[in-house]
Design a protein around this ligand. Structure first.
Ligand SMILES: [Zn+2]
Length: 102
């Protein structure tokens, strides 16, 4: 298994993981629930991670992640509802689920 992506924003990590799965790459997310548990140590340092199960998929997975990151270099948009800044890859506000096109 190989680590291909990690980010503090679980929604973004889940978006990347879904994209990889749609391209027939088997991935698992580690530390998915690390930020939520009471009494856990240093949750900030434990970001969710995407691991590719089959090492042979690793190169392609990296390319797909890179493509997504290119998308995220597009300008961010600001949520009309809660004023949160969202990456261009999101159609909905990651905080309040508000539709970006409204
Ligand atoms: Zn919002």
């Amino acid at each position: 298994m190989k680590l291909v992506y990690t980010h503090e924003n679980l929604t973004l990590v889940a978006t990347v993981a879904n994209h990889l799965r749609q391209n027939d790459i088997d991935v698992i997310i580690k530390n998915q629930y690390a930020a939520g548990g009471a009494g856990q140590l240093a949750p900030i340092e434990t970001w969710p991670e995407i691991w590719v199960v089959d090492d042979r998929d690793c190169l392609r997975a990296n390319q797909l992640v890179e493509e997504l990151n290119k998308d995220s270099n597009k300008p961010q948009w600001q949520c009309q509802n809660c004023n949160e800044m969202n990456d261009a890859t999101f159609d909905y506000c990651w905080r309040c689920q508000h539709d970006s096109h409204q």
